[in-house]
Write a protein that binds this ligand. Sequence first.
Ligand code: AMP
Length: 285
Amino acid sequence: MTSPIIVRTVAEMREHVRAWKAAGQRVAVVPTMGALHEGHLSLVRLAQQHAERVIATVFVNPKQFAPHEDFDAYPRGEAADAEKLALVGCDLLFAPNATEMYAPGFSTLVSVSGVSEPLEGAARPQFFGGVATVVAKLFIQSQADVAVFGEKDYQQLQVVRRMARDLDIPVEIIGAPTARAEDGLALSSRNAYLSAEERAAAVALPTAMKAAAAAVAQGARIDEAERSAVEALKAAGFGQVDYVEVREASDLSRLGPGPIGDATGRILVAAWLGKTRLIDNMAVG
Ligand code: AMP
């Protein structure tokens, strides 16, 4: 077990990348906000299948949080993160501070229209501008050949694909399947916020989502399947349901309200359990 090299500056990271590339090695980057769990580690393992060297980045990005959101409360623990990365043989941990990422006077926002606008974009207007800005910076900073993102944040994956394509950033983007707990709940750093009672109730989210996806795949009306899922979430104790929507899988345009027909669908859900906002998604059919 080798610990990852920990670097805090772009200059240091680039020195390592330069040496690796000079040796003919491909480099992958796995951007994260830390509080690493098995889902993040599965991304590192997938990255290792596509590159000889893997960089994990840990940066709780202030630009993607609105003032009322959980930036301060977001779980942090670099020592535990570094240990987990060592277990999977990650080569380098890039853990910059906020000033390294956003020097005084920083004035640029990477704004992706279209695919970033519905769903998470509607519920969290600041979010994708912050994500696209930090991810564009991480791509340029790391000069990675490959980047791995989780399907857990499906809309984010589509936004990042669009951004990299639009800006001609030479990075191959790979989506990784969602890692789940045994009962089906998607692993998430935010699951740490749930009380024992809430954690038990949270299983209703993947259960309702799967039922709706199966119903739509079997020809049910999309609006009815979405409504049933919202009712199931409320019955299980969820509070506000931000959305349950079946959308076109690549551009996230609207589908329905009737049966899905030949379209390729993705169901996406965001709902509150107490003070915790959970999101999930899966393919339809
Ligand atoms: P986060 O640190 O939670 O912002 O996520 C960093 C990366 O890990 C993103 O690409 C996420 O989509 C991915 N990720 C988070 N949770 C999971 C999971 N349960 N399964 C797979 N990937 C995940």
